[in-house]
Design a protein around this ligand. Structure first.
Ligand code: DAH
Length: 335
């Protein structure tokens, strides 16, 4: 019996020392000291020993019980301490780590291109003008030589706010608002939003235009050409080919559209070179000057209107105008 107790001591101490989790320690406590445990069984059989042996065995068994209890408690405390320091290390907050920078925004690609265009004209002495986006039919159409029965009105699919009031379909009404306030010489560019009932890959119901107007004595078509050619060279590079194509606008006479020869990427790695319309322009119609109170015998001028979205798409090879207005970070971050 003494040998049995000794064997239990050796086995138990070894197993306790190897235990590496609190759960295992508790399992060992049950295995050796539990109600059906190894040592408990031995203690019970002490009663069957001879009267002389009984006190010796009883004492030895009780001592072993105390020793194992102490050993298990110690192991339990040790493991608990290790676990605590491990969680403490995980929760540790290192105040010396560099912080995470908040994401900074930047100008939208439309604003970037608009600023670039305005800057080119500002260098030439043009001032920046603005006008309301909710505009009267008078400024949007009539004053620009586009009376109610004029077929050109049909080309603008107009959003009406109420009779006589529209969301401006172009930035041209700013021309009239500027001329009402200023006397020649006038040289302005007017960037802003415009609206039309239209939506597909190349049309958005809201888009951006920049209007230009220059009025003085003796302004001719050569001034228009020279100014716009300079502009195109600055924006698209010296080598770009361009052409002025006769066109019609009610508020200019003669009128033209300016195209550039542009190579764009096609799906599948190919490319495509074609004439791209960039802006509309012309010599200010005498009727427009009359509405502004300018003497058409004395003053002449040129005007132009360009689509910022269109130019941004050409410049950055953007295939659909919808990308410009979807606020998708994956797209916007590229600019
Ligand atoms: N307003 C015209 C449009 O939206 C563009 C335009 C053409 C403006 C000729 C002009 C101009 O000032 O002279 O389609």
């Amino acid at each position: 019996m003494i040998e049995q107790l000794e064997q239990v001591r050796v086995d138990a101490l070894q197993e306790i020392s190897r235990a590496d989790s609190l759960k295992l320690v508790e399992e060992l406590r049950v295995k050796f000291l539990g109600r059906k445990g190894v040592l408990t069984g031995l203690l019970r059989s002490v009663s069957q020993a001879s009267p002389e042996e009984r006190p010796v065995l009883g004492k030895a068994a009780n001592e072993l019980k105390l020793q194992l209890t102490a050993s298990l408690d110690q192991k339990f405390d040790d493991l608990q301490a290790i676990e605590k320091s491990r969680t403490a290390r995980n929760d540790f907050f290192d105040v010396t780590l560099p912080g995470r920078r908040p994401r900074l925004g930047h100008l939208h690609v439309i604003s970037q291109v608009a600023e670039e265009i305005v800057a080119i004209f500002a260098e030439l002495g043009f001032q920046v003008a603005t006008g309301p986006e909710i505009e009267t039919e008078y400024y949007n159409f009539d004053a620009l030589n586009t009376p109610p029965d004029h077929p050109a009105r049909d080309l603008h699919d107009t959003f009406f706010v109420r009779p006589g009031v529209v969301l401006r379909t172009h930035t041209s009404p700013v021309q009239m608002r500027v001329m009402e306030k200023m006397q020649p010489p006038v040289a302005v560019v007017a960037p802003g939003r415009v609206y039309r009932v239209d939506a597909d890959a190349t049309h958005s119901p809201m888009f951006f235009q920049i209007e230009g107007l220059l009025v003085d004595e003796g302004v001719g078509f050569a001034d228009l050409k020279g100014t716009l050619m300079h502009f195109i060279h600055r924006l698209f590079g010296k080598d770009v080919q361009m052409r002025f194509r006769p066109h019609f606008f009610p508020f200019t006479e003669p009128s033209a559209e300016l195209d550039i020869l542009w190579t764009s990427d096609k799906g599948g790695g190919g490319s495509q070179t074609k004439w791209m319309e960039i802006l509309g322009c012309g010599m200010v119609h005498p009727e427009v000057f009359k509405h502004a109170g300018y003497d058409p015998e004395r003053y002449t001028g040129f005007a132009f209107g360009l689509g910022v979205d269109r130019i941004a798409m050409v410049r950055h090879r953007i295939s659909s105008i919808t990308y410009l207005y979807e606020s998708d970070m994956r797209f916007l971050e590229q600019f």
